[in-house]
Design a binder for this molecule. Structure first.
Ligand code: C5P
Length: 312
């Protein structure tokens, strides 16, 4: 399974995006970009579809629009967006089982439409072979987008979840319950905080993808995020993808920040300070973990290393 850093390109001007891409491509010519609401809607207002530009420059795109509406609307929207060649797309898990199931069906339907269209053209012997090959590569041979469910936003604390939203579960319990629902509906994974990665993997299996925002270096500002971890800690916890915005986009040296992030997340963690930090993190996590009839999370973990073993 791929393990990668996804950079949140939260800009509202095309110019800012282009400047950022120009700089970042010096660090990694094919880095993974996240297009969220800010960039998507500001582009829509100005007649600019950022996904096309980013894909044309050779990057993968996570289209983070966190869709939630009645099943039919979300189904049709995902089908339209998937046609534009995005690599990852998400919907709110609390939109419910039917909504998520229809999303999965719509992407399957899209690929079966592609197959029918291809067959039809292939049977037309006057259709140019080159153009046919092109269609094959652009549509049928392109991997399906990874479909994710957004569980509990990483900016949300336990108190907010209970008092404001009225959810009488801890974020951990709520994330695991929603992750199970996503899996049942056929999604490929979830967006959750690094805190919940091990619990989600425990409940849904190691190949169920976890994408984790809420990433901060030890020395960076928390901003509005509450359930956070460092890239190294997210690595040790077993995240498949981390989503990083401001620690990179607002850094004095974006290339340095990205390179550090990528190294910490994808390579073996040897830095003692990071290992100590991860051990403390794990202890806090153990304290938050509890058992009930519905789910049993994280067996007692003696130290961070046995935790890592468990994830492998
Ligand atoms: O700047 P920062 O690193 O906090 O950016 C995190 C990005 O991840 C933002 O674009 C935000 O919309 C997104 N995100 C999140 N929490 C989620 C899902 C997505 O922070 N649960």
């Amino acid at each position: 399974m791929e393990k990668n850093v996804i950079v949140a390109c939260d800009f509202n001007e095309k110019k800012e995006l282009v400047e950022f891409l120009d700089k970042m491509e010096k660090a990694d010519p094919n880095f993974y970009c996240k297009v969220g609401m800010e960039l998507f809607y500001s582009g829509a207002l100005k007649g600019f579809y950022p996904v096309d530009m980013i894909k044309d420059r050779g990057h993968k795109v996570f289209l983070d629009l966190k869709l939630k509406d009645i099943p039919n609307t979300v189904r049709n929207t995902v089908k339209v967006l998937a046609k534009s060649g995005v690599d990852m797309i998400n919907v709110h898990a609390d939109g419910g089982f039917q909504m998520m199931k229809q999303v999965v069906d719509s992407v399957n339907e899209l690929y079966s439409d592609y197959a029918k269209e291809y067959e039809c053209l292939a049977n037309n012997h006057s259709y140019p072979a080159e153009a046919l090959k092109d269609i094959l590569q652009k549509n049928l041979q392109r991997p399906r987008p990874i479909l994710l469910g957004v569980t509990v936003l990483t900016s949300m604390s336990e108190e907010e979840l209970k008092k404001e939203i009225g959810v009488n579960r801890t974020p951990m319990e709520q994330v695991v319950a929603l992750a199970k629902l996503c899996k049942k509906a056929g999604l490929d994974g979830v967006v959750c905080s690094p805190e919940e990665v091990m619990a989600v993997k425990e409940a849904c299996g190691d190949d169920f993808i976890t994408v984790t925002p809420g990433i901060r270096f030890l020395d960076s500002k928390k901003d509005d995020q509450t359930r956070i971890a460092t890239p190294a800690c997210a690595n040790l916890l077993g995240s498949d993808y981390i989503v990083v915005g401001r620690p990179i986009t607002k850094a004095d040296d974006v290339v340095e920040a990205y390179t550090r992030c990528k190294k910490d997340f994808t390579e073996e963690v040897t830095n003692e300070i990071e290992i100590e930090n991860a051990k403390r993190y794990m202890e806090d996590l153990k304290a938050k973990t509890k058992k009930n009839d519905d789910w049993i999370i994280i067996e007692p973990i003696q130290d961070i290393h046995s935790g890592i073993q468990k994830r492998k």
